[in-house]
Design a protein around this ligand. Sequence first.
Ligand SMILES: *Cc1c(COP(=O)(O)O)cnc(C)c1O
Length: 352
Amino acid sequence: MHTAALKTVDWRSDTVTQPTPGMRQAMFSAPLGDDVFADDPSVNALQDQMAALLGFEAALFVPTGTQSNLCAILAHCQRGDEYIVGQMAHCYRWEGGGAAVFGSVQPQPLNHQADGTLALADIEAAIKPDDAHFARTRLLTLENTLGGKLLPFDYVQQATALAQSRGLARHLDGARLFNAATAQAALTGTDARVEARRIAQCFDSVSVCLSKGLGAPVGSVLCGSREFVSRAHRVRKMAGGGMRQAGVLAAAGSYALTHQVDRLAQDHALARQLAQGLSGIAGLVVEAPQTNIVFVDLVGPAKERAPELMAFLAARGILTTGLYRLRFVAHLDVDAAGVDVTLAALREFFQA
Ligand SMILES: *Cc1c(COP(=O)(O)O)cnc(C)c1O
């Protein structure tokens, strides 16, 4: 989104990224087939690449993360089953109730702890005994990152081990798995791919968005066992998600996996830079970012000026979401100059 007069700094989401020149070239030259006949080589290559990377037997390319989670929940659960899920989880709160609408699968939402986790005791207490009064508790879903927070790896191990010991399947909404893995790799001193695989291997199925920080225009990949993926494939068909020369999109995803994972660390650095600058401005309470998302609360007199602030920023081409709680998301189409422009605008507004 560029105009001659105004360069937009678009913090609204990491979904707004444009394909890079290298990615466009990969899309342009992708070999294509018909994926409903399972003979699109670029789709097959992406599915194989993601499955191998995360350590699963199989994978399925899907148009959106929402459809990916729907396919996963309906592949794990039958009508009258329930899934345990966080109140703020995408696959509970932000997907139009799809699992209930299309699958008659009942969510059992739990409140999050401050660090984004679901307390083990709450998970334990939510698992219903085998009794005709209750829905059958069938699945635990976690999200990592959640609101930009990295779930501690020992927690992920404990929660998924608990679920497994009680006979539940385990699904990870890893829309931003590679952001989680990048943050975890910074803690352990390893590589984002190694950490992505370690996290993924705690689960029976994992959904990853290509269209967020990885920078592809469209798509998610759902991984699991061969048998799970064949059930998910049937749901994808019912949901109208069978695409034909989809390799033109899958090629962008493969390019992202090969070339745009390592750069996520730059987004995290940019988010830290922004947060640091914002925390010096009176009236703003900044949550220190763990990955690429910065939340900023407006407090005191600053809160009353929130609508005025949004208009002020928009007039300068600085786009965010929220009102009293602003969300800034770093991604490949914002840079250090964008951070400077944003900080300068906020300092000017608050005369800080
Ligand atoms: C973005 C996102 C999704 C899927 O979004 P789509 O817009 O349907 O691709 C799923 N889960 C989480 C956590 C997300 O952030």
